[in-house]
Structures are given as C-alpha cells and as structure tokens.
Design a protein around this ligand. Structure first.
Ligand SMILES: Nc1nc2c(ncn2[C@@H]2O[C@H](COP(=O)(O)OP(=O)(O)OP(=O)(O)O)[C@@H](O)[C@H]2O)c(=O)[nH]1
Ligand SMILES: [Mg+2]
Length: 458
C-alpha cells in the first residue's frame, strides 16, 4: 500500500540526508519534491498546500536540537504533519450505547459495502464480544441478500431472514423486533449502492437514517478512486450525518490520495481500511502507523522525540530555578501552561522543584481542561511583553483591552492574575521555609489537584 509515495519520500529524504547543512534553498528543494510527490499521489491541492506551509513554518521556527541533524529534524516535522492530515488520533468505532446499537453502511455501487459489513461484524464479535445481527436493505439486486447470508454463515452471526417484496423501511422495523427477541447487541445495516450520487439514493438513505437513528453511519469508499472518493464523501455528508468512513482496496492503492485528503477535506475521520477480500482483511486506521508506513522513518522520529524530551527537561529545570528565586512572571506562567499541555500535567514540572519532587506521584492529573488552557493562553497572548513581565501594572483599562483581545471578560483576567500571584507567593514561601510552611488547602486549591495533607505535614 502507498508504495509509490513511500518510494518518493525515501529518495527525497536520502537526498536531504546527504546535504550537510540545510539552508533555505535545500529546504525549498525538498519541499518542492514533496509537493510534487503528494500531487502525484493524487492528494488534493489544498491539502498539499497546507501541508507544505505547515512543514515550512515548523522547520523555520524550530530550534535545532543538540545531537540531531537538520535533516532528521525535517523528517520528524514531515512525519508529524503527515499524522495531522491523516487525522491525528485514531477514531475507533463507537460501541457505547443502549443495545441494540446500530450501524448504517452506505456507499456507491461496488465500493465494498457488503464485504465491509461482514468484516466489521467479525471485528465487533471477536474484539468486542458483541452479539450481532446483519440486515440487508438492498432490495435492488436479487443476489444481495444471499451474498450477505453467505458471509454471515462464514462468520457465524445472525442475519435477519428475507421476506420477499418487503420495503427497506419495513425491514428496519422488523429488525428492531427481531433484535429484541434475539437479544443482540449490534445491528449492522447493509444498503443498496448506486453508480453515482443521485437524489433518489440520497432520499432513500435519509429516510433510513431517520428510522434507524444509527449510532454510526459509515461511508464505504473505494480508495482506488482517489479524489473521487473524497468528493463522494463530501456529497454524502450534505444529506446524511456521517460519523466516519472506511476506505477499501487499500491493498491495491499505491498512491494514497484518498487517505491523505479525506479528513482535511471532509472532516470525516477514517475508521477502518479494507486490505483485501478476506474477512480478516480489515485494519483500524491509526494515523501514526500509516505515516510510518509511508515515510518508513520510525527510528529517526523516536530519536528526535527523545532529544526534544531532553530540551523540555532543560527548560523545566530553568523554570524551577526561577520559581525558587521568586522570579515568576506571566511569561513563565504562559510557558508553564504550554508545558503542561505538552507534557500532560503539572507533575511534569513539579519533579524539577526539589521540595515538590516527592509530591509528583501523588498529584492526580487531568483537572486542567483543554478549554481552560486555551483560554489562559489567549489571555496571556493578548498582553504586551511589559505587562507579562510586570503584571502589577495591569489596571482596569488594560484589563478591558486584554479581555476584548482574548474574547474573555475582565473577571477571567482577574482570575489568572490571582492565580499568578498565589503561585509566585507559594514558590517564594517554599524556597524560604520549605514545604512545611504551606497551607495544604491553599496548595491543592492552587494547583487544582488533590494532594494528600499528610504529605505536607512532614
Ligand atoms: N482487494 C480488495 N477487494 C475488496 C475489498 N473490499 C471489497 N473488495 C471486493 O470488492 C468487490 C465488491 O464488494 P462488495 O462488498 O460486493 O461491494 P458493494 O459495495 O456491496 O457492492 P454493491 O452491493 O453492488 O453496491 C468484491 O469482489 C469484494 O471482494 C478490499 O478491501 N480489498
Ligand atoms: Mg452490496
């Protein structure tokens, strides 16, 4: 899969590694080659443009780490951006709902719907231990039911029997009754395909969607059709609420254009990919693994990640020193907020403050919500450098300006100023008198975390 693209990246990176130092010309050359490779892989133009812009921006703004060559750094950046356009995190199938949970499969004719229904059924049965019922809503093609029946026997799951001449909407109603009797956990609905997206197909699907109210509506797309698959996804999403797509025939797709453009262009995550005709030829779509398959640079990526961790440690140590000296301004607070976002919590910095070291493992994480962090960042970004260094000068009119600039209200500004004040007081106290001087309630309230009081009394 994606062999052409993988080969292209391989030669681009080989050339890059040969260039001793990477100046702007070398970077531009590689970017030009990457751009061409992506376009040849049938990746959509806006996606390519965004990708190149992001890589360039990252590459120019990046401090070069000790022990890492510029080429390795760029490979890591390309890797990270590739993961981003593939969808960042894997979006696994939602299986949490009141039984029976329902999955509707839609797609064009021959895209692989029926095969995929059986593959997903087998996945749910074996990996999630679910009792399954398959339902064929394809009454256009006489053999459609039989095809699904043969598959159901192969994987040993129940299929709703056929009643001649029954319309799809009535089949759905019957399926609900049957699901109750059979006590199944999941119902998977296979639908009829059309040669192209027409209004009749869309109407039919939209009616079925209302009747079924599916937990997931999955669009099955043939990855070999490249950008056409992406267009089909956009068209479908105008009428029905898609929760994800499944790309079939990845085994034959040497280019990868559909996989690389889907999330960016449609916002619809890829949940699975079909990698062959057999039932087990289904893989969960993990963006990180796909990027690794395309770039084949797993070792370098790990190397750069390790080096970045060291830099983060150095930064954290510097910060800890500042804290202890009682020099702690809003810029430090900002970088601390960012650090927490990156490293996943306050404990990451606490381990570098000698007095707080043993608290680290006792602190429960996760209280700093993503939204709050974004808000705090926006507020500090709206301050001038001088205000960040001398928070005391922030008076009423400055607060109003900062609130307007960050889309918040003055009380939010007050909150963050108070947080900063308390934090720097606390740090001063620790460095002068040690841990015993702290009021446990204040500390845990301040950190927004639960710290056992007995630890502080020592
Ligand atoms: N190589 C490969 N073949 C696949 C994959 N998924 C499906 N196929 C094949 O594609 C052909 C069509 O698959 P179906 O599942 O019948 O497609 P469909 O969308 O249900 O077709 P209609 O019901 O006619 O619209 C079959 O021969 C499958 O074996 C895949 O991931 N890889
Ligand atoms: Mg079918």
């Amino acid at each position: 899969m994606f062999n052409n693209l993988a080969d292209r990246f391989d030669s681009i990176f080989k050339a890059l590694k040969k260039t001793g130092s990477i100046d702007e010309t070398a970077l531009d050359n590689s970017m030009r080659d990457i751009r061409r490779a992506l376009l040849e892989a049938d990746v959509s133009l806006p996606v390519v443009k965004d990708f190149i812009d992001q890589v360039k921006k990252e590459a120019l703004g990046k401090e070069v780490l000790n022990s890492i060559t510029p080429a390795q750094m760029i490979i890591k950046i390309v890797n990270d951006e590739l993961i981003k356009i593939l969808g960042s995190e894997s979006s696994e199938l939602n299986v949490n709902g009141v039984s029976p949970i329902t999955f509707l499969f839609a797609g064009l004719q021959g895209s692989g719907k029926t095969t995929t229904v059986a593959k997903v059924a087998s996945h749910l049965k074996n990996k999630h231990n679910k009792d399954i019922m398959l339902v064929s809503l394809d009454i256009n093609r006489p053999a459609a039911f039989d095809q699904l029946k043969v598959l159901s026997e192969k994987i040993n799951v129940f299929i709703l029997p056929k009643i001649e001449e029954q319309l799809p909407i009535d089949i759905v109603k019957r399926s609900f009754e049957a699901a109750k009797l059979q006590e199944v956990d999941c119902i998977l609905y296979d639908t009829a395909g059309r040669t192209n997206v027409d209004s009749q197909l869309m109407n039919e699907l939209s009616i079925l969607e209302k009747e079924i109210n599916p937990l997931e509506t999955l669009l099955v797309l043939d990855s070999l059709t490249g950008q056409e698959a992406v267009n089909v996804a956009s068209d479908f999403s105008k009428t029905i609420k898609l929760t994800g797509s499944i790309l079939t025939r990845i085994d034959g797709d040497s280019r990868g254009g559909a996989a690389l453009s889907m999330k960016f262009k449609t916002g619809c995550p890829i949940k699975f990919m079909g990698t062959g005709e057999l039932i087990d030829d289904l893989e969960i779509f993990y963006p990180e693994r796909i990027a690794n398959r395309i770039l084949g640079m797993g070792d370098i990526v790990t190397l750069v990640e390790k080096a970045s961790e060291t830099i983060e440690e150095e930064n954290a140590t510097k910060m800890a020193e500042k804290l202890q000296k009682g020099e702690f301004d809003l810029e430090d607070l900002l970088s601390q907020i960012q650090q927490m976002k990156k490293m996943g919590g306050l404990s990451s910095i606490m381990k570098f403050v000698p007095g707080l070291k043993n608290l680290e493992s006792k602190v429960s994480e996760g209280n700093q919500s993503e939204d709050l962090i974004k808000k705090q960042e926006a507020i500090i970004f709206s301050m001038t450098k001088y205000e960040r260094q001398k928070p005391k000068i922030i008076n009423g009119s400055r607060k109003k300006r900062i609130a307007a600039g960050s889309g918040t209200v003055v009380s939010d500004i007050n909150k963050i100023l108070k947080q900063h004040r308390k934090m720097s007081d606390m740090m001063k106290k620790i460095s002068k008198k040690g841990m015993g001087s702290l009021d446990p309630n204040m500390l845990s309230g301040q950190l927004g975390q639960n710290i056992p009081t007995d630890l502080l009394k020592k």
